[in-house]
Design a binder for this molecule. Structure first.
Ligand code: ASP
Ligand code: MG
Length: 426
């Protein structure tokens, strides 16, 4: 008997019909002789709608109340899912994150899981029930309800799979796997059969939006294999696991882009010891995520520091930087939110020189100007003008030989949809 932890995203449970469809799939898995746990997201765009509702009464709502609000979305889906399963004739029970002992830190709206108890899940499985768990939420040691950041149900699923020592963690969504790039932007994108944790981690961190980054970190740390597959087909999807040392890795496995970040520049900072520590220390204290950082060459004892940060954090960034520049005697803070980050990722990059050069050259040939650059051993990222992001993704996809002969045909995404996609999963 295998223990399978599944997760169903918002699209998969968007309507009563889809909930019934998922319930039937879970019952089938159970009747094939498996123990089944299902982590569910909020129905459709519920979380977005709840956030919009909050903003209508407060521009900057307190994190604690945000969590009280948005955690209700998953509660609706879990109860409906359990009811739908019972209607087919199997026993099911739903639990909140707090009920199954998902213990997090105290950071509201982006809490990190500290510990998973899972005892109630084990007990319910022993009672032969299908266990439905609300994704995206936990409880802090001071008994406050917390949420795990957008896309956090993935992390709930992987953390539960690790705690229960599940045989598989299947992440179901409306896409049938991980692609070389988002097929709605690059119509010649190809589905990947397998991918290493490291590659998926970089893709997730760079806005691929398929899995929440934290969930991949969890999977890597506890060696939980993840299968990303479609709710609506039987396609085996993409398996994310440890890299096979015997296999030669692709130089570039995928391309990700992200339009959810803004570029912040602090101008005229006195170039003295400890300034970077002061600036980024203050931002870290305010729990602001920072991505790329660049410090320009100083002139006459003054320098400019640029970095990127999620647009969602920009209010906080302005506040913190305002104070910091007053203390440092810097000139001004400038925010540019018309930028995009494009990244190429591949484990084979380590052993193939010239990859970054090829990326820069391809962009240059296509008249795309590079603003900032950052690299890791298996990733190169550039910040460019947001209006060029689709063009950049497509020309890089072609240049690195990733194009499929089959062209994906579906509605292309609008700029707003692109930003929303990338903002999830952080
Ligand atoms: N419902 C939450 C969100 O939309 C969590 C999730 O879907 O994973 O971000
Ligand atoms: Mg969702």
């Amino acid at each position: 008997m295998a223990l399978i932890v599944t997760k169903f995203g918002g699209t998969s449970v968007a309507t009563p019909e889809r909930i019934k469809q998922v319930a039937a799939r879970l019952v089938k898995m159970k009747r094939e002789g498996n123990q089944v746990v299902a982590v569910v997201s909020a129905m459709g765009k519920t979380t977005d709608d709840l956030i919009k509702l909050a903003k209508q009464v407060n521009d900057n709502p307190p994190g604690r109340e945000m969590d009280m609000l948005v955690s209700t979305g998953e509660r609706i889906s879990m109860a409906l899912m359990a009811m739908a399963i019972e209607a087919i004739g199997e026993h099911a029970v739903s639990f909140t994150g707090s009920q199954v002992g998902i213990i997090t830190d105290e950071v509201h709206t982006k809490a990190k899981i500290r510990e998973v108890n899972g005892e109630r899940v084990r007990r319910a499985l022993r009672e032969d029930k299908i266990v439905v768990v609300a994704g995206f939420q936990g409880v802090s040691r001071s008994r406050e309800i917390t949420t795990l950041g957008r896309g956090g149900s993935d992390t709930t699923a992987v953390a539960l799979a690790a705690a229960l020592q599940a045989d598989e963690c299947m992440i179901f969504s409306d896409v049938d796997g991980v692609y070389t790039c988002d097929p709605r932007v690059v119509p010649r994108a190809r589905k990947l059969d397998t991918l290493s944790y490291e590659e998926m981690l970089e893709l997730a961190a760079c806005g691929s939006g398929i899995l929440q980054m934290r969930s991949v970190e969890f999977a890597r740390n506890y060696k939980v294999p993840i299968r990303c597959r479609s709710t609506f087909t039987d396609d085996p999807g993409t398996l994310i696991k440890e890299a096979d040392p015997n296999m030669e890795s692709a130089v570039i496995s995928g391309i990700a882009f992200d339009t959810s970040e803004a570029k912040v520049t602090i101008r005229g900072v006195p170039d003295t010891v400890g300034i970077a520590a002061q600036v980024f220390g203050a931002l870290a204290e305010a729990n602001v995520n920072i991505d790329m950082i660049i410090q320009n060459i100083s002139r006459d004892g003054y320098t400019d520091i640029s970095f990127t940060s999620p647009k969602a954090d920009i209010m906080k960034v302005r506040q913190v930087c305002g104070q910091v520049i007053a203390n440092l005697g810097a000139r001004e803070v400038v925010v540019d939110d018309t930028v995009a980050k494009v990244s190429i990722v591949g484990a084979g990059m380590k052993s193939s020189p010239g990859v970054a050069a090829k990326m820069f050259q391809t962009l240059a040939e296509n008249g795309i100007n590079i603003d900032l650059i950052s690299t890791s051993s298996i990733r190169t990222s550039v910040v460019i003008d947001a209006s060029k992001v689709q063009e950049a993704a497509r020309c890089l996809h072609t240049a690195f030989g990733l194009d499929s002969s089959v062209v994906f045909e579906e509605k292309q995404l609008s700029g707003e949809e692109l930003a929303a996609k990338a903002a999830k999963g952080r």
